[in-house]
Design a protein around this ligand. Structure first.
Ligand code: ADP
Ligand code: MG
Length: 486
């Protein structure tokens, strides 16, 4: 993935339109359920299809979530916004218009910030508006025909639009991840990308530095962060190739094919006037009283970037670690619980963070588990780190105990340490005898050390650890060795 500001002498310019499906139980304008995975065409009602004689009624939960989002990104919440009809014909939209917001969206401005290459980056938002989803075309299992599933019709979406502020595919992926983490953190959206709950459209153009913005092409429906990065990289090379051949870029909507890694044109882009937007006569303006906004503000949880700042300040974590600890609300809660319990035993917060980024994440990722399903509790992790801190076990032994905890072989850290005989040697006399034996057997390393080779010393420490089957305290062994050699 590309992180450099220029590609073959061109500046890359990217703006995002993201559709986050709002986690309401019912549709945006009807009482039909939004649950994923029901048999086709069992969850769209007459209102979702705008059959004659029906009227849409706005779902309060969808508005609540839009307000929450707007507050979290520092946007203006419009006291009055308007629903509009956006007209187009497509088989999965039998009513031939989508209810959306056009001229006056509910959320205006704001920004999303994230860490990129150790630097705080901020992307400006243009707007976020409420709209309904369309149905879905099904191409598999219909023998050359296309099936239509209207279950998704009327599902509430928040479309979040950025300014063209992003400058590389890597930055674009970081933005998408940060936005995803934010909407999940705020519990507005379940974030399930396979099920289409979070869909990104990337608008990409290139230009020579200092030139006006180039013509963009919009890559539709990128449903994984990996596809997103690959699609942008491919598209950038394609556009530069064309420009270098002296050809112009035409504005278009393109699709990314993960199998070939290529983008291809789907249709030339519609202009806004093609949609014949007009205010939906069935829906009054959406009025949001200041009291409602204040209620939502009061209910807002601490936000991930704010929490990361607090962990840097209060726990002394580096920015990267703080960002990792705040990757999700449950992850952050686990970290804080483990940190509090570990602190009592004098274990630094950084040690807790290291283990969470190391052992804990490694295993969760390997088994595709979320932190909620972590078999090792925060209390057990803290108890384990306390035993390393007080010298009872080595780091190496701690990983074995962690394995045992993970495998459910027990919950009591001290019992697991004893059952496995992992206590470090604390008997100084016994360790001295072993040190003397190692020195006697490794005359060559001793001579090398005396000749100024530091590596030889490490080799001797290694021999002591080996002779004690890893139960010596490495610091104590080093000290004894130095005393004998000094
Ligand atoms: P439309 O109304 O056709 O969707 P918008 O002006 O709303 O167009 O822009 C859609 C998205 O495209 C926004 O995220 C915007 O930042 C981005 N965008 C606009 N111009 C460019 C450009 N030249 N290069 C890359 N992205 C762009
Ligand atoms: Mg748009």
């Amino acid at each position: 993935m590309n992180t450099s500001p220029l590609v073959r002498g061109y500046e890359v310019v990217i703006g995002f339109e993201t559709h986050a499906q709002l986690s309401t139980a019912s549709k945006i304008f009807s009482g039909a359920p939004t649950a994923f995975g029901a048999p086709p065409n069992t969850q769209a009602c007459a209102v979702d299809l705008a059959l004659p004689g029906t009227l849409p009624v706005l779902n309060r939960g969808a508005v609540e979530r839009a307000i929450r989002f707007g507050l979290a990104v520092g946007a203006r919440i419009a006291p009055q916004s308007i629903f509009a009809r956006k007209h187009y014909f497509y088989p999965d939209l039998p009513k031939n218009y989508q209810i959306s917001q056009y001229e006056i969206p509910v959320v205006q401005g704001g920004s999303v910030s994230f860490l990129h290459d150790g630097q705080e980056r901020s992307v400006r938002l243009v707007r976020a508006h409420l709209e309904e989803d369309a149905g879905k075309s099904l191409h598999e299992g219909f023998h050359g025909l296309t099936g239509i599933d209207l279950n998704r019709a009327g599902t509430p979406l928040l479309e979040i639009v950025t300014e063209p502020d992003l400058r590389s595919s890597a930055e674009a992926v970081e933005y998408a991840k940060a936005l995803h983490a934010l909407v999940v953190w705020l519990a507005l959206c379940d974030g399930n990308m396979q099920e289409g709950s979070f869909r990104c459209d990337a608008n990409v153009s290139v230009r020579k530095p200092g030139a006006p913005l180039g013509t963009r092409r919009e890559i539709k429906n990128l449903n994984s962060f990996r596809n997103l990065g690959q699609a942008i990289d491919y598209e950038v090379q394609w556009q530069i190739d064309r420009l270098e051949d002296g050809l112009a870029i035409e504005q278009a909507t393109v699709l990314f094919d993960p199998a070939s890694g290529q983008t291809r044109a789907m249709r030339s882009k519609e202009e806004a006037h093609d949609y014949r937007y007009f205010p939906d006569p069935d829906l009054p303006p959406l009025m949001i009283a200041p009291e409602w906004v204040e209620r939502e503000r009061a209910a807002l949880p601490e936000l991930p970037r704010a929490m990361a700042g607090r962990l840097q300040r209060d726990d002394g974590l580096p920015p990267y670690d703080a960002a990792m600890m705040t990757q999700g609300r449950a992850f952050a809660a686990y970290y804080e619980a483990a940190r509090d319990a570990a602190r009592v035993a004098g274990v630094p917060a950084k040690t807790v963070a290291n283990w969470m980024m190391g052992e804990v994440s490694k295993r969760l990722n390997a088994q595709a588990l979320a932190i909620e399903a972590c078999p090792v509790s925060a209390a057990a992790l803290a108890a384990l780190l306390a035993r390393v801190h007080d010298g009872t076990i080595s780091n190496h032994a701690a990983r074995q105990v962690f394995d045992a905890l993970w495998a459910g072989e027990g919950r009591d850290v001290d019992a697991l340490i004893d059952a496995r005989g992992l206590r470090q040697m604390s008997d100084a006399g016994a360790l001295e005898a072993i040190v003397d034996e190692v020195l006697a057997k490794n005359a060559k390393s001793v001579a090398e050390f005396r000749a100024g080779k530091d590596k030889a010393f490490n080799a001797l420490v290694g021999q002591v650890m080996k002779a004690t089957q890893g139960k010596a305290n490495p610091a104590q062994a080093s000290e004894l060795l130095r005393r004998r050699l000094g």
